[in-house]
Design a protein around this ligand. Structure first.
Ligand code: HEM
Length: 402
């Protein structure tokens, strides 16, 4: 038997997938001292941790509270379902399509128009890190002129949340951002309550269950969560879908010729190269998983990237194949999915349909604008990150569509 991989080592960051294989095969349950957490990697265990209510989300408070305040990610039980039901309808099918599809199409189009004639682009910097944030700002009904503020706040909150080394600057910037964001948004929330419009912020302000509305503080916390939950994840997904397709030219051409395949390319990317690799849970009582018992109150880190390549679940799991038949495309964007990239169960991603719509629109528009796409330096970009993961930059050269 090998020793369990060190998940904070440079070797792990360079290639987590071979470490995941070792963990699934030989160390399906490890105690990882530096993170004070158990770590699980098999699909069946990760699925159980997401679906079984004995696993709570309490352990998020220390990480999220300082920058977001209290959000549905940290809640459990009735508190969670009540708050989630206030916000979830705005992100569902028909409402999303009629109200927000034009916003999505326009934001993607504006960003693409800015580089389409150049014949080269860093798709991460010029497109992926902008598009989902701009969409959220517009959905909330906030001024377009504030896109830049949101981009800066989002970058500072992300640096705070991924600051494992205790960097003082990142901590200070994150806390200052929370204060700035509050100062900006709380007066707008008060005005929307008096004078609602046809935007997501007004919907959040007026949504109620049994006569109870969210407080100003709760609406603000949810908007802050949207920035990171909907921004970083979707920007990473865009970069990974494009990188995966350019690495597989025959699949790229299939998607180019039939845009309805974007949905399959996105779903397979979520399985093969998910944006979020680690999610934490905390069991309320002792639980038996593969490899032993997790005691009540201990943190469990669920390795999404490992579960999604479990050979018990998928044939040839390391292969990127948008035509694979063992990924349930009909349910890939629902809580009944058979991959774990959006989580499963109660905390299943509220924004999964929005992400799907953004990717379907964005990738189709990119492929329409860019012909003969190749990596500028001839090689696929390395993935970056351990908690979340994707290419840090994606330099592409292409022939502009005439
Ligand atoms: C929850 C992934 C896009 C909003 C989650 C969770 C995951 C996830 C893994 C579960 C977190 C946990 O339980 O700890 C993703 C991925 C996305 C994406 C991979 C894109 C590819 C979005 C978008 C939005 C969004 C576009 C909205 C703008 C949320 C919210 C939650 C959530 C509000 C909390 C749900 C709850 O706790 O009940 N997402 N997400 N996400 N996501 Fe997403």
């Amino acid at each position: 038997m090998t020793t369990a991989p060190d998940i904070l080592s440079p070797e792990f960051a360079a290639d987590p997938y071979s470490a995941y294989r070792t963990m699934r095969d030989e160390h399906p349950l490890i105690w990882f001292e530096p993170m004070q957490s158990y770590v699980i990697s098999r699909y069946a265990d990760v699925e159980r941790a997401f679906k079984d209510p004995v696993f709570t989300s309490r352990n998020y408070d220390w990480q999220l509270e300082p920058v977001h305040g209290r959000t549905i990610l940290q809640m459990d039980g009735r508190e969670h379902s009540t708050h989630r039901n206030l916000v979830a309808p705005a992100f569902r099918g028909r409402d999303l399509m009629t109200r927000f599809v034009p916003v999505i199409e326009q934001n993607s189009r504006e960003l693409i128009d800015a580089f389409a004639a150049d014949g080269h682009v860093d798709l991460v910097r010029q497109y992926a890190t902008r598009f989902p944030i701009n969409v959220i700002v517009d959905m909330l009904g906030l001024p377009k002129a504030d896109h830049e503020h949101f981009h800066r706040w989002y970058t500072a909150i992300m640096a705070f949340l991924s600051n494992l080394s205790g960097d003082e600057q990142a901590t200070a910037d994150g806390l200052r951002t929370k204060a700035e964001f509050e100062e900006y948004l709380l007066p707008i929330i008060r005005r929307r309550r008096d004078d609602p419009g046809d935007d997501l912020l007004s919907t959040l302000c007026s949504a109620e269950i049994d006569g109870v509305r969210m407080t100003d503080e709760e609406v603000k916390a949810f908007c802050s969560l949207l920035l990171t939950a909907g921004g970083e994840t979707t920007d990473k997904a865009i970069a990974s879908v494009m990188s995966n397709l350019v690495q597989h030219p025959e699949q790229l051409e299939a998607v180019r010729n039939d845009h309805s395949l974007v949905s399959a390319a996105f779903a397979e990317t979520l399985r093969h190269s998910p944006p979020v690799h680690m999610i934490m849970r905390q069991p309320a009582e002792d639980v038996e998983l593969s490899g032993g018992v997790v005691e009540a109150g201990k943190t469990v880190t669920c390795l999404i990237g490992a579960a999604n390549r479990d050979p018990e679940k998928y044939a040839d799991p390391d292969a990127f194949d948008i035509f694979r038949t063992d990924l349930d495309l009909g349910r890939a964007y629902t809580a009944g999915a058979n991959h774990t990239a959006f989580c499963l169960g109660r905390h299943f991603c509220v924004g999964a349909m929005l992400a799907k719509t953004e990717l379907e629109t964005g990738i189709a528009q990119l492929l329409d604008a860019m012909q003969d796409i190749r990596f500028t330096d001839g090689a696929p970009p390395p993935e970056h990150g351990v908690f979340t993961r994707a290419p840090a930059s994606l330099h592409l050269t292409f022939t502009p569509t005439a």
